[in-house]
Design a protein around this ligand. Structure first.
Ligand code: PGA
Length: 251
């Protein structure tokens, strides 16, 4: 089980430090749950300094596919490693929607992240129009293949996929546990086709999209839901910790 907090473009430095410190201090040993905080770039170093040595690790929300060079405003995998990141979210729907990211650009980034020892959290998910048209499974399978085809399996625990239906992100509307489980099983069978059944069994598939303490138990107890990527509910310690505890129960 893995619970990741995607703080998106929120918080200032004091608030980020306070949130990271509260999570670290109030987390009883959450094994076998992995906890990852993904703050804005500007706070990565500070958050890493606060959680280093605890059970909490740090991830970025994006990165560039090249390692260095004239790419103003961008950040590379090795830079993220150098400030303590272990994970990186790639292909989030907001990146796809507002910043023109495609399956092809996500695949380049995934390969680069793996090369530099970062665990990619690869996001996929259909829009409401696609779901209503009965296209959800086809769209999501296409995104999984598009982001991962040709990428060598990086090993147990070294690759994470997040299913985030776009219509559930930040809307308060969540996929039902049955809807989410069906899609997660579908994603796992795609992963088995790309890698192997054994490898696919060791890839954590997270659910994201309005996960909160009230629905976390039902979602996380589904057999193919291996954790959560949490947006809104990760911006305060109490709801985020409640979701981590739900993951421990489901563990
Ligand atoms: P949400 O965001 O929990 O606020 O819906 C999830 C995400 O975008 O990762």
């Amino acid at each position: 089980m893995l619970i990741a907090g995607n703080w998106k473009m929120n918080l200032d430095m004091p608030a980020a430090r306070h949130l990271a410190g509260s999570i670290r201090n109030s987390l009883e040993d959450p094994r076998p749950v992995e906890v990852v905080l993904c703050p804005a770039y500007a706070y990565l170093d500070a958050v890493y300094g606060l959680v280093h040595g605890s059970v909490v690790s740090v991830g970025a929300q994006n990165m560039h596919a090249q390692d260095a060079g004239a790419f103003t405003g961008e950040i590379s995998a090795s830079m993220l490693r150098s400030v303590g990141c272990s994970h990186v979210i790639l292909g989030h729907s907001e990146r796809r929607q507002y910043f023109g990211e495609t399956d092809a650009s996500v695949r380049e980034k995934v390969a680069q992240a793996v090369l530099f020892g970062l665990v990619p959290i690869v996001c996929v998910g259909e829009s409401l129009v696609e779901r209503d048209a009965g296209q959800a499974e086809r769209v999501v399978a296409g995104q999984v293949r598009g982001a991962l085809k040709g990428v060598a399996y990086p090993g147990k625990g070294r690759l994470v996929v997040a299913y985030e239906p776009v219509w559930a992100i930040g809307t308060g509307r969540t996929a039902s546990p049955d809807e989410a489980q069906a899609m997660h099983a579908h994603i796992r069978s795609e992963l088995a086709g790309l890698f192997s059944t054994g490898d696919a069994a060791h890839i954590d598939i997270l659910y994201g999209g309005s996960m909160k303490p009230e629905n976390a138990d039902d979602l996380l107890s589904q057999p193919d839901i291996d954790g959560g990527l949490i947006g809104g509910a990760s911006l305060q310690a109490d709801p985020f910790l409640a979701i981590v505890r739900a993951a421990m129960r489901a563990g």
